[in-house]
Design a protein around this ligand. Sequence first.
Ligand code: PHE
Length: 388
Amino acid sequence: MSVPATAKRRSFLAFLMAASVLAACKPTGGGSATATTGPIVVGEFASLTGSEAAFGQSSHKGTELAFGKLNQAGGVLGRPFQLLTEDNQSKAGESATLVKKFLSRDHVVAVLGEVASGRSLEAGPICQAAGIPMISPSSTNPKVTEVGDAVFRVCFTDPFQGRLLAEFARKTLKVHRVAILSDTASAYSVGLAQFFREPFVAGGGEVAIELKYASRDKDFKAQLTAIKAAGPEGICVPGYYTEVGLIIKQARELGLTIPIFGGDGWEAPQLIEIAGNDALKNTFYSTHFSPIQDSPQVREFVASFQAKYHEVPDAMAALGYDSAVALAEAVKKAGSTEPDKLRAALAATDFVGVTGRTKLNAQRDAPKAAVIITVEDGKFKFLQTIEP
Ligand code: PHE
């Protein structure tokens, strides 16, 4: 996709306008949520560095691509979007600080973020207290939107993801006795372990052993040795790719060749780098999007993403894109960026995005289909789609 010079100039001008407004620390016009002219300022907080850098970087690219396209088409209400992006370094505590700054200094119209549920849970109450809408692209823990009517997401939640993993394990992998190894330091992991365990056991499955680790751990041999001794037929690891990659590698080193499976937190090219291609044989995860899905929206998105970033988009990129589109649709529908009107319009979100139809339910969640991915020859391979 090539951006016409006029559009480039327009967004650069918008950028300069907003930059000078922000630098003055006294937002007028475009810097205020109730402004009716000037750029629509949006704050995105993301893990651009640190242990989940792949999440933030990918999600940011999708978001940036969407706003670029929207601005190229003239923005909404005749106003361009201006995206402010801040890095929380994948660290706890940082997101709260960044989001407070977005609200008090930058007077953003809306906040976009985060991928990881733990960091969305940090920022949600701050946005809720201010009445400024926050849209999480891809946090799946149910508690994220339970914070209140200012917090939205454009993805499915973990009760669905846990259930589909339980069913996939029983029906497709044909495993009936499993081990669960989850991350006590991650709200996402603790939740998904529970949302997997309950339907798995209710459906006649057995949990042979359940063990824990904590984010940033590097050595999982003690847990894996105990798992091996318990003799399960499969291992469920609802974690993030950095630790999951090491867990898979070390499991294979200990001679555990049984299927290992988990959720969307596995998704990152680094999973393959960390675990290695051989160790990833017989591993599976569920996620939100596959670039090979055949719809006009996906084809157009994959082509424009590849043209801009020279890589194939993943689930975080697709949901980052859809989170920006959801906001733009709501501003258009509200005819305003005024917080009350924007929240009401967001609650009525219903559009067909690159991750499918995004229709928010009464909990401000977006039930939609999941996909199962495996790794073959060093590449992620689409296996099946599972409807909600
Ligand atoms: N759903 C995960 C969470 O809530 C984050 C995630 C989404 C990771 C999509 C990868 C892909 O923490």
